[in-house]
Design a protein around this ligand. Structure first.
Ligand SMILES: *[C@@H]1O[C@H](CO)[C@@H](O)[C@H](O)[C@H]1NC(C)=O
Ligand SMILES: *[C@@H]1O[C@H](CO)[C@@H](O)[C@H](O)[C@H]1NC(C)=O
Length: 416
C-alpha cells in the first residue's frame, strides 16, 4: 500500500517536472546541440565524399518480388527497398563504375512474408548467391576485391546469417560469399558471429508519414512514467519460457504488472504513438533479436528509450550519443527497474529530453521519401564515406581467390 501511494506521488511529481519542461520549450529553449565529436557527425553531408555504382539487375531480384507483396514497403525491413530507390536518384550515384568507391547490389532478400507478415529468410542465401554470381560474371569489379568494396543491405533479424532463430543463425554464420563485403544491417550485438567488424548498424524501418500524423502538441505533459506495449512471453515459439528475450520481458511483467508507475501490457492500443508522447520512459527490451522498432519510435516521440539488451550495438553508434539520450539497463537488473528509473535525477531526465528533441537525432532514425538531409540514408552514406579510402590490401592479385564458393549448407548452393 505504502509503495503504491509513493508511486502516485512520483507520478504527479514527474508530471509537474515535465510540465516545466514544456514551459521551457515554449520559451524557445527547444533543443540542445549535441556537442562533441559524436553528435556533430550527424550533420555531415556525404555528397562529394563518395561515389556509388548501382548494379543493374534483372527485376526478379528486386521489383518483381515487391510487386508480388507490396506489404514489403511498410515492413520493418523495408530499408532494403527504400535504400535502392534513394540511391538511384542520389547525387552520390555514378554511372561510371571505373570511378566508383562503392558498389551496391539491389537485391530484396527479406521480401518474402508469411500471411501474418513474418519474413522468411529461407530463400535469401540462394538469392544473394545468385545475384553475386551474376555481378561477378558480368562486371570485373567483384573479382577485383571479392566484394571488399561492395556493400549490401541485409536488414533481417540476424543480418546475413539469414535465420530468425538465434541458434540457427549462429550455426549458419554470415553467408560465405559476403565475408569480405560491408554489411548494412539492423542487427547489432557485440561479439556475435552475425555482426562482422566494419558493418554499419542502421535503424529498422518505421513509416515516417504514419508517425508524423500521430504527433500531439509538445505542451501535453508526460504523465506516464514507464510505457511498454508488446509481448512478454512467446508461448508459440518458446513454450517453456526463458529463451524469448532471455527472460527479460517476462521479468518486466512479473515484477511490475501491478506497479502504478508502469503502464505495460500486451494490448496494442490505437493511441500507441500518442501514448509514447505522454511517457517519460519507453522500454526497449530485446525480443528474439536485440533490436526492435520501439527504439526508433521512442526517439521520434521524445520518450527516453530504456535499452534492455546486453551488448546491443545501436544504430549509427559512431554518430548518435546513445548514452546521453537513453538509459541502459542490464538484463539481470530488470527486477530493479523501478528503483533504477526513479533514482535518475530530474535534471538528467530533462537533459535527455532536450537532446531527444534535437531534430537531427530524429531525422537520422528515418528513411523518408523523398529523402531529407541528415536522414538514415545520409547516415549510411556517411558511414561508407568514413571507410574511405579503401586499404590497398583489399585489391587481390590477378587470379587470386579468397572466398570459397562451395562453402556453407548444401541447400544454399542450389540455383535460385
Ligand atoms: C570472376 O571469377 C569467376 C570465378 O573465378 C569467373 O567465372 C568469372 O568469369 C570472373 N569474372 C570476370 C568478369 O572475369
Ligand atoms: C570450400 O568449402 C567446401 C565445403 O565446406 C570444402 O569441402 C572445400 O574444401 C573448401 N575449399 C577450400 C579451397 O577451402
Amino acid at each position: 500500500m505504502r509503495n503504491r501511494s509513493w508511486g502516485f506521488i512520483l507520478l504527479v511529481l514527474s508530471a509537474i517536472v515535465l510540465n516545466l519542461d514544456a514551459f521551457e520549450l515554449r520559451k524557445g529553449q527547444k533543443t540542445e546541440r549535441i556537442s562533441g565529436s559524436a553528435g556533430d557527425v550527424l550533420e555531415d553531408d556525404p555528397v562529394g565524399r563518395l561515389k556509388v555504382f548501382v548494379y543493374e539487375l534483372p527485376s526478379k531480384y528486386n521489383k518483381k518480388i515487391l510487386q508480388k507483396d507490396p506489404r514489403c514497403l511498410n515492413h520493418m525491413f523495408a530499408a532494403e527497398i527504400y535504400m535502392h530507390r534513394f540511391l538511384l536518384s542520389s547525387p552520390v550515384r555514378t554511372l561510371n563504375p571505373e570511378e566508383a568507391d562503392w558498389f551496391y547490389t539491389p537485391v530484396y532478400t527479406t521480401c518474402d512474408l508469411t500471411p501474418n507478415g513474418l519474413p522468411l529468410p529461407f530463400k535469401s542465401p540462394r538469392m544473394m548467391r545468385s545475384a553475386i554470381q551474376l555481378i561477378s560474371s558480368n562486371w570485373p569489379y567483384w573479382n577485383r576485391t571479392e566484394g571488399a568494396d561492395h556493400f549490401f543491405i541485409v536488414p533481417h533479424d540476424f543480418g546475413a546469417c539469414f535465420h530468425y532463430q538465434e541458434e540457427k543463425a549462429i550455426e549458419r554464420g554470415i553467408l560465405p560469399l559476403l565475408q569480405r563485403a560491408t554489411l548494412v544491417q539492423t542487427f547489432g550485438q557485440r561479439n556475435h558471429v552475425c555482426l562482422k567488424e566494419g558493418s554499419i548498424t542502421v535503424p529498422p524501418y518505421a513509416p515516417p508519414q504514419k508517425m508524423q500524423s500521430h504527433l500531439i502538441p509538445p505542451s501535453i505533459p508526460r504523465s506516464i512514467f514507464v510505457y511498454f506495449r508488446g509481448l512478454f512471453y512467446d508461448v508459440g515459439n518458446d513454450p517453456e519460457g526463458g529463451y524469448y528475450a532471455r527472460g527479460a520481458r517476462a521479468a518486466v511483467w512479473e515484477n511490475f504488472k501491478d506497479n502504478p508507475l508502469f503502464d505495460i501490457s500486451t494490448e496494442h492500443p490505437t493511441t500507441y504513438y500518442e501514448d509514447m508522447q505522454r511517457a517519460v520512459f519507453c522500454l526497449c527490451p530485446l525480443g528474439w533479436a536485440p533490436w526492435s522498432p520501439r527504439l526508433v519510435e521512442a526517439v521520434i516521440f521524445g520518450c527516453i528509450p530504456v535499452i534492455i539488451a546486453d551488448d546491443i550495438v545501436l544504430p549509427f553508434a559512431d554518430a548518435i550519443p546513445w548514452e546521453d539520450i537513453g538509459v541502459y539497463v542490464d538484463e539481470k537488473d530488470v527486477p530493479n527497474l523501478d528503483t533504477i528509473l526513479t533514482s535518475i535525477p530530474t535534471e538528467v531526465i530533462l537533459r535527455k529530453q532536450r537532446l531527444l528533441a534535437n531534430p537531427s537525432m530524429k531525422q537520422a532514425m528515418l528513411f523518408p521519401h523523398p529523402a531529407q538531409s541528415g536522414d538514415a540514408f545520409h547516415q549510411i552514406l556517411n558511414g561508407l564515406a568514413r571507410k574511405l579510402p579503401h586499404d590497398k590490401s583489399v585489391y587481390l592479385r590477378k587470379g587470386e581467390k579468397v572466398l570459397n564458393w562451395t562453402a556453407g549448407p548444401l541447400a544454399d548452393l542450389k540455383p535460385w
